[in-house]
Design a protein around this ligand. Structure first.
Ligand SMILES: [Zn+2]
Length: 236
């Protein structure tokens, strides 16, 4: 993507993000901040003129820091935002999820109780993109998993499915709960290193207001207005 400077190219670009410019407090500052100087572990972003926001960075590999044109500072929980996007996509999907065939089928050793419950629900697992069969003694042989899910997450996902199936009261509630699990497992995780282009997609969705709460109802963003910041520093 043209938005991302690769590191080799970056080294050639003079950094124009001088401290004096930031101090001016000019409204046009966003326009002039074409480049942000690299901090350790962060990537320089070349912003487009069109976006009314810019990503200032990411902290704790979990929260995106973003500045919008009105001078507000946003902290965005990348996992929560991605989970909501996934959830909406899965919920509105007309087709079953894309699958990946595992090179080596996984023998999921589950508790007898979990194994039995999942075996009773094989058609439902199919609908969610898991092709499994009985492997005896509570174990399931998993041949296919949803494409969005890391194969290494197969067993934890199935265990969570079993838990959701056990606690769900109605078929609808169970379905919804399984969608939650899928959305969560397919989302980028807090603590993961993310590509700036992935973060931009999430920020776009949050800034547009399309994504506001994670499927569990937790907020995906916290916003500080310029005035709130000024008050914190006794400037206002
Ligand atoms: Zn989650």
């Amino acid at each position: 993507m043209h938005l991302i400077e690769d590191h080799a190219a970056q080294a050639q670009i003079p950094v124009r993000f001088a401290a004096s410019k930031v101090m001016e407090g000019d409204e046009k500052i966003l326009e002039r901040l074409k480049l942000t100087e690299d901090l350790p572990g962060q990537t320089t972003v070349l912003e487009t003129k069109e976006a009314p926001w810019r990503i200032a960075g990411e902290v704790l590999r979990t929260y995106i820091i973003c500045e919008s044109e009105d001078g507000s500072v946003w902290l965005i929980d990348k996992h929560a935002a991605h989970e909501r996007m996934n959830f909406d996509k899965l919920k509105n999907a007309q087709e079953p999820p894309m699958r990946q065939t595992l090179l080596a089928p996984i023998a999921a050793e589950l508790s007898r109780e979990d194994g039995a419950l999942l075996l009773e629900n094989l058609p439902l697992l199919e609908q969610f993109g898991f092709a499994c069969e009985d492997f005896g003694a509570g174990a399931l042989l998993v041949r296919e998993v949803p494409a969005d899910i890391d194969a290494a997450d197969t067993v934890p996902t199935l265990e969570e499915f079993a838990e959701r199936l056990r606690t769900g009261r109605s078929p609808d509630e169970k379905r919804e709960a399984l969608l939650h699990t899928m959305a969560c497992k397919a989302a980028i995780k807090g603590g993961w290193k993310s590509d700036i282009s992935e973060l931009r997609v999430l920020v776009e969705k949050v800034q547009s207001g399309e994504v506001q709460f994670c499927p569990h109802g937790r907020p995906v963003k916290a916003k500080l207005t310029k005035y709130e910041l000024e008050k914190m520093f006794k400037r206002a």
